[in-house]
Design a protein around this ligand. Structure first.
Ligand code: GDP
Length: 139
């Protein structure tokens, strides 16, 4: 089922600003089904592990600090062509370059505090989903 699933995470800025419900509404109205969801808090070490691929990048320390600064909402989603369609729905990493109507255009504050994460491949969607949810929660 991996090809029909993606992983997302509402980031601390979006959750703290009270946009959880509005963002989930957009996601469901776009045809994504929620498979698993919770509200949780990352430690800096766990944030560092999640974004390990960026460890050498200059923004890594800020990213880890930011991602552990408040609660997040990780979610596994299902839909045909989930990964690509979800990347379209959230918009560009840099919110100033995100298309009108995308979640980042609507809610992101900056390149770091950009409201939401979306997996970039089926393989990473499975890895990232399993980072937060046990196999028994991904039914
Ligand atoms: P995404 O797939 O669109 O989330 O982008 P990436 O996987 O490339 O980067 C992961 C996250 O790191 C992004 O969502 C941003 O929060 C942050 N990030 C990426 N590139 C930059 C950058 O150039 N500057 C800053 N400050 N943050 C960045």
């Amino acid at each position: 089922m991996a090809t029909n699933r993606t992983f997302t995470m509402l980031k601390p800025d979006a959750v703290a600003d009270g946009h959880t419900g509005a963002i989930i509404k957009i996601i469901e109205e776009a045809g994504f089904k929620i498979i698993a969801m919770k509200k949780t808090l990352l430690t800096p070490a766990l944030a560092g592990k999640f974004y390990e691929v960026h460890a050498e990048r200059p923004f890594y320390a800020d990213l880890c600090q930011y991602m552990s600064s408040g609660p997040i909402v990780p979610i596994i989603l299902e839909k045909d062509n989930a990964v690509a369609d979800f990347r379209k729905l959230i918009g560009a990493t840099d919110p100033s370059k995100a298309d009108e109507g995308t979640i980042r255009k609507l809610f992101a504050k900056s390149m770091t505090a950009n409201a939401i994460h979306g997996s970039d491949s089926d393989e990473n969607a499975a890895i990232e989903g399993s980072f937060f949810f046990a196999a028994t929660e991904q039914f």
